[in-house]
Write a protein that binds this ligand. Structure first.
Ligand code: PRT
Ligand code: MG
Length: 211
């Protein structure tokens, strides 16, 4: 049995065509079913539905053989010990620094300046500002980062943007791009060795479908 870990929402939705290219069709829809283990059209493949940040954990410990995780999640929580053979080119977005419309970001990050930054991507944010030589006090949040600059909790946020609608709705603007991101296939290293005959054809099918 091959177990593939996915998060519901955009990753699952955009992974559907990739899975289909390997003959894998889920028997239930994770948006309407409460099942966390989904059988598929292939008797040897099942899907498990976990939080986006938990996907690498399931794969690292071998509770799932494969997984699909955002590069943001892998960078922040560590892709260590995971084989990452493929950029699936789905769930694309950008990691950005965003600030209120009127905030003079260039001035704020000039030499010696201090910046208060709220984010759930603490590691990514610290690395970004350290590389620029900017003193950043990074405050860890768990969601709704957009609220932080509007309430005086922080000067700026580090967050993901896709359409930009959420920023605009909260009168924020992207002031700097940190990196373009997409979702990656991750593979448990032991599983790759032990189940190679079953896993390799999946990797090949995903690679063809993602290119
Ligand atoms: O939502 P939940 O708390 O359960 O977990 P999650 O947010 O980690 O998962 P999910 O399913 O929302 O995102 C899974 C993955 O999709 C992320 O790890 C990213 O790699 C990728 N992705 C792509 C995004 C976005 N685009 C995105 N726009 N993840 C989140 N967003 C959020 C963003 O944080 C902001 O709040 O959507 C909002 C902005 O969207 P726009 O379209 O208004 O710019
Ligand atoms: Mg989300």
């Amino acid at each position: 049995m091959i177990t593939i870990a996915l998060s519901k929402g955009r990753i699952f939705d955009e992974a559907v065509p990739l899975l289909e290219s390997a003959g894998i069709v889920a028997r239930d829809d994770p948006e309407t079913s409460r099942k966390l283990i989904l059988r598929t059209s292939r008797r040897d493949v099942r899907l498990i539905i976990v939080r986006a940040t938990d996907v690498p954990i399931y794969v690292r410990y071998g509770a799932a053989d494969l997984g699909v995780a955002g590069k943001d999640v892998l960078d922040e929580h560590g892709g260590a010990g995971l084989y990452q053979p493929l950029d699936l080119k789905i769930a694309r977005c950008r990691m950005v620094v965003a600030a209120p419309d009127g905030f003079d970001y260039r001035h704020a990050v000039k030499q010696g300046g201090r910046l208060r930054v709220a984010t759930k991507y603490v590691h990514t944010a610290r690395e970004h500002f350290a590389a620029k030589g900017v003193h950043a006090d990074v405050i860890r949040l768990h969601g709704s980062m957009e609220l932080a600059p509007l309430t005086g909790l922080a000067d700026a946020i580090v967050d993901l943007v896709s359409t930009g609608r959420t920023l605009r709705a909260n009168r924020l603007k992207a002031v700097e791009e940190i990196a373009p991101l997409s979702a990656r296939l991750i593979v448990n290293q032991a599983a790759l060795k032990l189940k190679r005959p079953a896993i390799q054809p999946l990797l090949d099918a995903f690679a063809r479908a993602a290119s």
